[in-house]
Design a protein around this ligand. Structure first.
Ligand code: FES
Length: 128
């Protein structure tokens, strides 16, 4: 899958201002929020063990991972307390009463069969 980025509807501004919401589109898994009136979106996979951040406590523009309590700034994706480490962020806009996120299609993932064949081809053990 490839193609240009697209604006994807993420939900109502008022709802996202109450609590962040996970969404999936174009192969991306994103957490969308509205912080101080500004929409923001980050990858919805904690850098610790990949847990979804949805349902984590959200306070002062930061969300706490519900699994082991790592905290992230929702506007920048920064892992709090770890300089230079953070989640990917995505451009957002408000359209009417809705929040939209600009997403590019995620690169295709390789299944186990394809990985084994690619490895075998690299080793010269399989026909192309
Ligand atoms: S998975 Fe998020 S802190 Fe462990």
């Amino acid at each position: 899958m490839s193609g240009p980025p697209s604006w994807v509807d993420a939900g109502a501004v008022d709802d996202l201002a109450q609590s962040p919401r996970a969404m999936s589109a174009l192969g991306r898994h994103v957490l969308v929020a509205v912080v101080d009136g500004e929409p923001c979106a980050v990858d919805n996979a904690c850098l610790h063990r990949g847990a979804s951040l949805e349902g984590g406590i959200c306070r002062d523009g930061a969300i706490t991972c519900p699994s082991h309590w790592w905290r992230y700034d929702l506007r920048t994706g920064a892992l709090l307390g770890q300089a230079g480490v953070g989640l990917a962020t995505y451009p957002c806009r408000v359209s009417g009463e809705r929040v939209e996120v600009l997403l590019s299609p995620a690169p295709p993932t390789m299944g186990i069969r394809e990985m084994l064949l690619a490895h075998a081809r690299a080793e010269g053990k399989a026909d192309a």
